[in-house]
Design a protein around this ligand. Structure first.
Ligand code: NAD
Ligand code: UFG
Length: 325
């Protein structure tokens, strides 16, 4: 298939684009580079530099690539910033998605895989979280993703848009040739590894009084290679009714366990401070991914936290300046 990957110069999109090519698809990237990196786009892939809100530029890219399907990852995604600047989030993420959908429907491109998030659930009543759990996003960021999911459901019904939403839990790790380089970096794993390399900002563990095994938050970390593979499966099973799948490994690790594993993998002491809770952090976010396993045969190949950390560490050691080296 000819696939246009929006956000393909970003962390997860650059992995998705590579895995789609390995699976035999012809891939082009559409990205504004607002947080992505030109160097993250593989040499054999065309980069259309543009914003999803520019409908005619998206239309031109779809036409030039003769796109049959779109994987839509382009979004801004810092939970905390979204609370302070909701306008930017609704504008970029919601207006961007509507504009992309206009361009697709104008040209009769009806197949879409959408990057959603565990943040649509907000504070869950129970873990592991099933897809039919209530969606009560706490942040504007999570709200933008829920809104787009709702739009897709309506467009499937009205226009035959064939769509699947993948609700990622905590993406982590790297492919051999594509890793994580957010600036500023807010995610736990790269922050710990940057510190191990001696070039990171100090890290504070946010909260030690949660009702968990060691008092720190539990998150469901998923290897970016496993995440990327799910997109190829989703592309092969799109329908106008639409489907929503959680993507996690179903176990979950505390911040303390991630820290211990990072010390083991890097052999570095990684000193951290312990501080108060971060606003909006639920104690535990763990996925049930049984639906995607049952329906699409997806199973994580790298469910262990050390495996995930080792792949990220390997990429960072070989790319000490990230994508800008
Ligand atoms: P990222 O910032 O590395 O990648 C996002 C990419 O989208 C960047 O290359 C950026 O330049 C591009 N982009 C943003 N707005 C754009 C626009 N209007 N037009 C064109 N390009 C635009 O982020 P990521 O961590 O790779 O996340 C990718 C997707 O996955 C996002 O949709 C995010 O919400 C979702 N997600 C990520 C995580 C995670 O753990 N990282 C978890 C759940 C969901
Ligand atoms: N954490 C710290 N110190 C830090 C950074 C993070 O203790 O310096 C903790 C957080 O409190 C949280 C855990 O480490 O408990 C993971 O935090 P991240 O910032 O790495 O990731 P989040 O869980 O906040 O969010 C990520 C994505 C969201 C997605 C969510 C789904 O960024 O888009 O996973 O679980 F919605």
């Amino acid at each position: 298939m000819n696939v246009l990957v929006t956000g393909g110069a970003g962390y997860i999109g650059s992995a998705v684009a590579r895995v789609l090519v390995q699976e035999g698809h012809s891939v082009a990237v559409y990205d504004s580079l607002v947080t992505g990196h030109r160097a993250a786009v593989a040499r054999d892939m065309r980069l259309f530099e543009g914003d999803t809100r520019d409908t005619s530029a998206v239309r031109a890219a779809l036409q030039e690539h003769r796109a049959e399907a779109v994987v839509h990852l382009a979004a801004i995604s810092q939970v905390g910033t979204s609370v302070l600047e909701p306008r930017a989030y609704f504008d970029n993420n919601v207006r961007g998605a509507l504009s992309l959908l206009d361009a697709m429907l104008d040209l009769g491109v009806r197949d879409l895989v959408f990057s959603s998030t565990a943040a649509v659930y907000g504070e869950p009543d129970r873990c592991p979280i099933l897809e039919d759990a209530p969606t009560r996003p706490v942040s504007p960021y999570g709200e933008t993703k829920r809104m787009i999911e709702q739009v897709l459901a309506r467009y499937g019904h009205a226009y035959g848009l064939r769509h699947t939403s993948l609700r990622y839990f905590n993406a982590a790790g790297a492919l051999p040739d594509a890793g994580e380089d957010h600036r500023p970096e807010t995610h736990l794993i790269p922050r710990l590894l940057l510190l191990a390399q001696g070039r990171g900002e100090p890290v504070t563990v946010f909260g030690t009084d949660y009702p968990t095994r060691d008092g720190t938050c539990v998150r469901d970390y998923i290897h970016v290679a496993d995440l990327a593979r799910a997109h190829t499966l989703a592309l092969g099973a799109l329908s106008a009714e639409g489907r929503v799948y959680n993507l996690g490994c179903g176990g979950g690790f505390t911040v303390g366990e991630v820290l211990a594993a990072a010390r083991t993998v890097t052999g570095q002491p990684i000193p951290v401070a312990y501080g108060p809770r971060r606003d909006g952090d639920p104690a535990e976010l763990v996925a049930s991914s049984e639906r995607i396993t049952a329906e699409l045969g997806w199973v994580p190949r790298h469910p262990g936290i050390e495996d995930i950390l080792a792949s990220a560490w390997d990429w960072m050691q070989r790319n000490p300046h990230g994508w800008q080296g």
